[in-house]
Write a protein that binds this ligand. Structure first.
Ligand code: NI
Length: 239
């Protein structure tokens, strides 16, 4: 409960900060106009961290004042604890993508609990806190087994298939073609082309007035209270 109130406070602070940052639009007659509503969007990165790509991405996001969400594979997070701590220190959301990137769809209860639980334990050890949100690998979990997951789950609404299209411009175009306010964009911070594409997308959309926030912030900004076992595809809810 306490965490909820702290977060609500953060969410309100974030909104106020964004409003203050928004430039005042002046009409020809000098009268101030109400600035157009800021659009929010969430970048999400799966399968990392990876040395050489994740750190370059973190640097680029910091330069641009953009926040993102990272769904980590436990065995990679164990290899690069400094990158995991840096994500949290720089205001990004850290989440769980199972220990060894197993397909949870069709998996046994024991496998689901082991793969999700081991990564949760590592994140608790590295970062403190608990209840790290889950992105099931491939976005799939067998209907009925969601009750085994005691945290909110995150899917996506924009998928440029960056693992297939290892071409920066193609990935950028695929995102820009489909993105809209409250989109959750799927990328992988283990490819150089995806890091380059993400930073280009941030530059392009920030220039259009978009603001990059974490998935938790995006739901909060839309007044959505995240529920354990629910799968969220956009910032406005589950669909
Ligand atoms: Ni994955």
């Amino acid at each position: 409960m306490r965490k909820h109130w702290i977060f609500l406070g953060l969410c309100i602070s974030l909104l106020l900060l964004r409003v203050e940052e928004a430039p005042a639009n002046l009409a020809a007659d000098g009268a101030a106009q109400i600035p157009a509503e800021t659009n929010y969007v969430a970048l999400t990165f799966d399968d990392g961290p990876r040395r050489g790509t994740t750190d370059r991405l973190l640097e680029g996001l910091k330069e641009r004042g953009a926040s993102a969400t990272f769904f980590l594979v436990g065995e990679e997070a164990e290899r690069y604890p400094e990158l995991v701590r840096r994500m949290q220190a720089e205001g990004h959301q850290v989440g769980n993508h199972t220990w060894s990137h197993v397909r949870l769809e069709g998996a046994s209860t024991a496998v689901i609990q082991e793969e999700v639980g081991k990564t949760e334990e590592l994140l608790e050890t590295l970062l403190g806190g608990s209840g790290y949100w889950l992105r099931p690998p491939y976005g799939l979990i067998t209907p009925g087994t969601e009750k085994l997951v005691r945290v909110p789950m995150v899917k996506w609404s924009v998928d440029p298939r960056d693992w297939e299209n290892k071409n920066t411009d193609k990935v950028v175009q695929a995102i820009l073609k489909h993105v809209k306010p409250n989109s959750i964009i799927l990328l992988h911070d283990i490819y150089d082309t995806s890091v380059d594409a993400a930073l280009k997308v941030v530059d392009t959309l920030e220039a259009q007035g978009y603001c990059f926030v974490t998935v938790e912030e995006l739901l909060c900004l839309n007044g959505v209270t995240p529920e354990a076992g629910e799968l969220y595809r956009t910032g406005t809810g589950t669909t």
